[in-house]
Design a protein around this ligand. Structure first.
Ligand code: K7E
Ligand code: CUA
Length: 650
């Protein structure tokens, strides 16, 4: 009951904070917007931003790209959700990307983007992002800014402690947030305790980015909330926060808050890797989709996989330990040196910092406080490096700068707090507007953070922008962190809910960014690389239109002999080879989406005409002065009509 009261007190306090922050604080920040501050975020027309920031879209399922410091949104990259803007998830080439063992899923809940690393530094090759609801991880190319691969995580539920990468991108991880029967089976929910499991999945990444599940650790049935890799000396380890070590199955807001401490699980993945290389582990049945987009054929394929290697952590001596960590920790962050592992107890005011070197010593000395399901629990004091006292209320996530400072977000007291690694003293605090979740410093999740800017990713928008009815976009705020005190520079709205973000200096990406798809490399099976090869072919009631587009016409632009009941496939190739000359394709009555086709690209959409008549199609992208002339007609005859197929371009 005491526990319940303190939870209520926290909840009430949070309401007070949110509502009073609403009035006074915003005025204060308005006053601080001096011209000096404005200059710091001003990127003159035609100039480029210094950083890319990749913001998760949360329940939008996608990833948005922003420039910093301007806060300008540069692009939305569709990942787990259909995107009618360019036909992703609708076109025949891309629907396989959204296939899963549950069938075609047109949406997702994306949380944690993380950029690939080499030697602990961001290398700008790919960004990974997890899908929480239907457990998946996607890899996005930072040459094309397109999703190239999505792998489903079997036996997992709520893929939340994901998709963080090790310092040479050896692995990207996926830890289950909800413990579940492993493998799934029909059992009474109140039989959860001891019977559910919490699989942690290690997905190997090859030099081309290709993902494959290497092994799955069969952990006790706790909730695995967040994770981060070790780096430097702790490279080879991965750390996961847990909550609900009570294994409560109902009213978790109370029942999962009984234990004074939950755990951070320390996983020596190098040891387990060696164990499975030597034939360890057990292959069990699984059912999951592996979707790969091939840039040469411009087409995605789905492979259904049916086995996964599972490892019982108790079978690998010295591979997994639990570090007690107070109060249902959420964030689990590792500092740039790899020495400090920070657990942020959501229901605490303090931060708990574990020391990696002390952890090794405690393991060596067998300084254990019992075990949990056979996994040794390390003595709390033996691994403790320090505590940040009274940082604020409701600590969630921590990022780092290049000067030995850490920046922790506090959801309930709605602020970002800067503190010193090693001395644990609080150096500065700044309000965030309002209720910050994650924060992001470019490179802040690597050995080499950039200490110039920090972005706070806020849950509540309230009065920050012009009102847009009851539903608002979330909000991000940019701070200058180069000085002793943090300085708020800018507010900008985000798209969807940006749980986490990943930032990188633009120099690491921009030179590699592709400008066109080369026609001479287009191996799409239905590509038409020359206007003279355009044609229409009938196969029963399937009709394939091989069409090209170039400023400012389609070839062919008149087609006759289509009949009600046909299924028409438009395979459309954009013959342009100039940067930034897309064409669109829209067919009246098409019930999927339009296509946006970039230079050198081929895309396919379908149309099932239901009405007799003459029906137009047109280009949706204003591509030239004669864009409005870029159109054509299709004659649709009755079912069974003897009208023969013909097509033309005058
Ligand atoms: Cu704290 Cu999904 Cu990382 Cu949201 S999570 S805030
Ligand atoms: Cu092509 Cu408008």
């Amino acid at each position: 009951m005491k526990k319940l009261n303190s939870i209520l007190a926290v909840a009430i306090f949070s309401l007070i904070m949110v509502s009073c922050g609403n009035n006074n604080e915003s005025k204060r920040s308005g006053g601080a917007m001096s011209s000096n501050v404005a200059e710091k975020v001003y990127v003159a027309p035609g100039e480029h931003d210094e950083y890319y920031a990749f913001l998760s879209g949360g329940y939008s399922g996608n990833l948005t790209v922003y420039g910093l410091p301007s806060g300008r949104m540069l692009k939305e990259i569709p990942v787990f959700s259909q995107f009618p803007t360019n036909g992703y998830g609708y076109s025949e080439e891309t629907t396989p990307m959204l296939e899963t063992s549950f069938g075609f899923i047109p949406w997702g809940d994306a949380h944690h983007p993380d950029i690939s690393q080499t030697n602990g530094e961001l290398d700008g090759r790919w960004v990974f992002i997890n899908e929480n609801n239907t457990p998946r991880i996607a890899r996005i190319s930072l040459e094309y800014f397109e999703t190239e691969e999505i792998i489903e995580i079997p036996h997992s539920a709520g893929n939340h402690s994901s998709s963080f990468v090790t310092e040479n991108t050896e692995y990207v991880v996926a830890g289950t947030r909800f413990s579940v029967p492993y493998p799934q089976e029909d059992i009474a929910i109140d039989q959860m305790k001891g019977n559910f499991k919490g699989p942690l999945t290690f997905i190997a990444v090859d030099e081309n980015g290709g993902m494959s599940i290497d092994f799955q650790l069969k952990m006790p049935g706790f909730n695995y909330d967040l994770s981060h890799p070790g780096r430097g000396d702790s490279h080879g380890w991965f750390f996961f926060t847990t909550y609900n070590t009570e294994e409560a199955h109902t009213l978790q807001e109370v029942n999962a808050s009984q234990n004074d401490k939950d755990f951070i699980a320390a996983v020596n993945w190098k040891k387990i890797q060696e164990y499975v290389r030597n034939g360890g582990g057990e292959e069990i049945d699984a059912n999951y989709a592996h979707n790969v987009f091939n840039h040469s054929t411009q087409t995605a394929t789905t492979t259904m996989m049916n086995k996964v290697l599972t490892v019982d952590p108790r079978d690998v001596e010295g591979a997994v330990f639990f570090m007690p960590t107070p109060k249902s920790p959420h964030g689990c962050d590792v500092d740039p040196s790899g020495e400090y592992i920070i657990g942020n107890g959501k229901l605490s005011t303090d931060l708990t910092i574990h020391s990696f070197s002390k952890m090794l010593k405690a393991i060596e000395n067998k300084d254990f406080d019992g075990d949990a399901y056979g996994i040794p629990v390390l003595n709390f004091d033996a691994t403790l490096a320090g505590v940040v006292k009274d940082g604020g209320l409701g600590p969630l996530h921590t990022e780092f700068d290049d000067k030995g400072n850490a920046y922790t977000t506090f959801f309930i007291s709605s602020e970002v707090v800067k503190w010193k690694l090693g001395t644990w003293e609080v150096l500065d605090r700044q309000p965030s507007f309002y209720s910050v979740g994650h924060n992001m410093i470019p490179g802040g999740n690597s050995r080499k953070p950039d200490g110039k800017y920090m972005v706070s990713l806020n849950k509540i928008t309230k009065d920050r922008y012009l009102p847009t009815g009851p539903e608002l976009e979330h909000s991000a705020q940019l701070y200058d962190i180069s000085g002793e005190k943090m300085e708020l520079l800018l507010d900008f709205p985000t798209h969807g809910e940006p749980h986490y973000a990943a930032g990188i200096h633009a120099d690491k990406i921009k030179a590699n960014s592709k400008k066109i798809y080369r026609l001479d490399e287009n191996k799409h099976e239905h590509a038409t690389l020359n206007e003279s090869e355009t044609r229409v072919e009938r196969n029963g009631n399937e009709v394939h239109v091989y069409m090209t587009m170039v400023r400012s016409h389609f070839a062919p632009d008149n087609i006759e002999g289509i009949k009600v009941g046909d299924k028409v496939y438009f395979h459309v190739t954009n013959l342009e080879q100039d940067f930034d000359v897309p064409h669109g394709f829209a067919m009246i009555g098409a019930n999927n989406s339009e296509l946006l086709i970039m230079p050198g690209q081929t895309k396919t959409t379908t149309w099932e005409p239901t009405k007799v008549g003459v029906w137009p199609f047109y280009c949706t992208d204003f591509c030239s002065a004669l864009h409005q002339e870029m159109q054509g007609y299709i004659r649709v005859s009755p079912k069974g009509s003897s009208q023969e197929l013909k097509w033309s371009l005058d």
